[in-house]
Design a binder for this molecule. Structure first.
Ligand SMILES: Cc1ncc(COP(=O)(O)O)c(C=O)c1O
Length: 454
C-alpha cells in the first residue's frame, strides 16, 4: 500500500488520467444527484471486503456509478443553493497538496505552507480594512468558522462579566431572522439563545438592533451580534456600519458572516455596501463559494487573534513543542480543530497564477448577470421580481404557480440537464431563485430557464 509497485504505477496512470479528463471538462456537465439507494447498494456491493480489487475495476465503478450520481456543483448550470466554481489552477493545486500530505497544524511542521496561507488571509483582511494585527486560519466551512468565532465571543463576554455573574447567566447573541442556519446551530450547541432582531426588508440595521436591545431590557446577557454580508437566500448585506456602532455602544462582539457574500469585497461595484466591516471583531468568508477555491475552504479572521488563541489553543504535553517559540503562528490555535489540511494553499496558488484582478472580474460577472436577469424578469409579465439583486442571487415568482408547479419545473430542468435550480421560499411562499456564481453562466441559459415558465 505504501510502496511504488506495479499497482501504484497503474493507478497513477488511470487515476491521473481520470483527473485530467475531469479538469479538461469545459463546461462541466450537470449530471444527476439523487438515485435509488438500493441501486447504488447493488452497484457498489462487494467492493469493501478483506481482499483486494483491481484498481481499474474500482475506478470503473466510481466513473460509471458514483460520479454520475453527483450533481456537479461546479457546472455553470448549477444555480441552486450556493454553487461552487473552483478555478482550474486551484483544483490542480489541491491535488498537489493532497499528494504532499501537507498538514497545516503548526509553524514547526509547516512554516512555508502557513506563511503562504497567511498571505491570503492578509489579502482578505486588507480588503475588509481589518487592522495589521488581524489574523486567523482557514477552516472547513462557514459553519465551522461561525462556531469558532462565536465561541470566542462568548468567552470574551464571560471574562468581562466575571465568573460569578457569568455562571448565573445564559448568554445571548443578537441575530436577524435572515442569519444563516449555522448561526442558529452554533447558538444551540453552545447553549446560547438568540435575541431575534426583526428588521424592515430582511436587512439587519443599526436602528433595528438598537430598538430590539432597548425593548428587550437585558443587554447584559448579550455577548455578541451577528451581521451577514450577503444572506444566503437573497444576497442582502446588512447595515454593517450601523450594527458596528450599536455593538460598540453595548460592548458586544461584532461578528460578520460573509461565508457567501464576503467575496463581494473584491468587487468595486458593490464594495461600498460593506462599509463598516472594518469594525468586525471576527469575520468569515468561504473561498469554496465565491472565491473560486475547491471544497473545503473558509477563511476565519479575528481583529485580535490573541484572544481567539487564548480560547482555542489546545494544551497537551505532546503539543508543548509547537508552543515553545513565542511569535510562531499555529493555525490550529485559532479555531475548533487540531489536525488540518493546508486548505488555503489552492487559493494562494490560484490567486498568484491568475492575479487578483481576474477574481474581481469573475465576481463582477455574477453580479452583472444577476442585474441582467432582474431586467429580463421585469420584462416578462407572468414573472415578478421579488427584490433588486444586491449580489448574485435573484428571487422571483411565476404568477399563478403553486409549490408543486415550481417543483415540476425544477425537476424537468434537471431531467433535461438544462439546470439545477431548486425552488426556495420567501415570506412563507415558494419562489424561484437563481444563485449565480460561475462566471460562465450565460444570459442564454437564463432565458432558456425563464422560457420554461411561460
Ligand atoms: C451566509 C452563510 N453562512 C454560513 C454558511 C455555511 O457555510 P458552510 O456550508 O461552508 O458550512 C453559508 C452556506 O451557504 C452561508 O451562506
Amino acid at each position: 500500500m505504501h510502496s511504488v509497485d506495479a499497482t501504484t504505477e497503474s493507478m497513477i496512470r488511470s487515476v491521473l488520467a481520470y483527473a485530467e479528463n475531469r479538469l479538461r471538462l469545459d463546461p462541466v456537465p450537470l449530471d444527476r444527484g439523487s438515485r435509488d439507494p438500493a441501486e447504488l447498494e447493488a452497484a457498489l456491493n462487494g467492493l469493501l471486503g478483506p481482499g483486494p480489487h483491481n484498481p481499474d475495476q474500482v475506478l470503473g465503478v466510481y466513473t460509471s456509478v458514483v460520479a454520475p450520481a453527483v450533481i456537479s456543483a461546479d457546472s455553470p448550470r448549477f444555480l441552486g443553493f450556493i454553487p461552487a466554481a473552483p478555478t482550474k489552477a486551484s483544483l490542480l493545486f489541491d491535488m498537489l497538496i493532497s499528494c504532499a500530505s501537507i498538514q497545516g497544524i503548526s509553524w514547526l511542521e509547516a512554516a512555508g505552507a502557513i506563511h503562504a496561507e497567511n498571505q491570503v488571509l492578509r489579502l482578505i483582511a486588507d480588503r475588509a480594512g481589518l487592522p495589521e494585527q488581524a489574523g486567523g486560519c482557514f477552516v472547513s466551512g462557514g459553519s465551522a468558522g461561525n462556531l469558532s468565532a462565536l465561541v470566542v465571543a462568548r468567552e470574551v463576554a464571560k471574562r468581562k462579566a466575571g465568573s460569578a455573574a457569568s455562571a448565573a447567566r445564559r448568554w445571548r447573541v443578537a441575530v436577524s431572522e435572515d442569519a444563516h442556519s449555522s448561526i442558529t446551530n452554533t447558538l444551540r450547541i453552545c447553549e446560547m439563545d438568540p435575541l431575534i432582531v426583526t428588521s424592515d426588508d430582511h436587512r439587519l440595521t443599526g436602528a433595528a438592533l438598537r430598538a430590539a436591545i432597548a425593548a428587550d431590557g437585558d443587554s447584559r446577557s448579550l455577548a455578541a451580534v451577528v451581521a451577514t454580508s450577503g444572506t444566503t437566500n437573497a444576497g442582502i448585506i446588512d447595515d454593517l456600519a450601523g450594527v458596528a456602532e450599536v455593538a460598540r455602544e453595548h460592548g458586544l462582539w461584532f461578528h460578520v458572516d460573509g461565508a457567501y457574500g464576503g467575496a463581494g469585497l473584491f468587487a468595486p461595484s458593490v464594495r461600498s455596501k460593506y462599509d463598516g466591516i472594518e469594525h468586525a471583531d471576527s469575520f468569515i468568508v468561504d473561498p469554496h463559494k465565491w472565491l473560486f477555491a475547491p471544497f473545503d475552504c473558509a477563511a476565519l479572521l479575528y481583529r485580535n487573534p490573541s484572544v481567539a488563541r487564548s480560547v482555542h489553543k489546545q494544551d497537551a504535553s505532546y503539543l508543548d513543542v509547537i508552543h515553545d517559540t513565542p511569535g510562531e503562528w499555529n493555525p490550529t490555535d485559532y479555531a475548533y480543530h487540531l489536525t488540518r489540511r493546508a486548505r488555503g494553499l489552492p487559493l494562494w496558488f490560484s490567486l498568484a497564477v491568475y492575479g487578483v484582478d481576474a477574481y474581481t472580474e469573475a465576481i463582477e460577472a455574477a453580479i452583472e448577470l444577476a442585474r441582467q436577469t432582474a431586467a429580463e424578469i421585469r420584462a416578462r409579465d407572468h414573472l415578478e421580481l421579488i427584490r433588486e439583486p444586491g449580489l448574485g442571487v435573484v428571487l422571483f415568482r411565476r404568477r399563478g404557480w403553486d409549490s408543486a408547479a415550481y417543483t415540476r419545473w425544477a425537476d424537468q430542468l434537471l431531467t433535461d440537464q438544462v439546470a439545477f435550480i431548486p425552488p426556495s421560499a420567501w415570506e412563507g411562499q415558494t419562489v424561484a431563485r437563481f444563485a449565480f456564481l460561475h462566471p460562465h453562466t450565460s444570459m442564454d441559459l437564463v432565458r432558456q430557464i425563464l422560457d420554461r415558465m411561460a
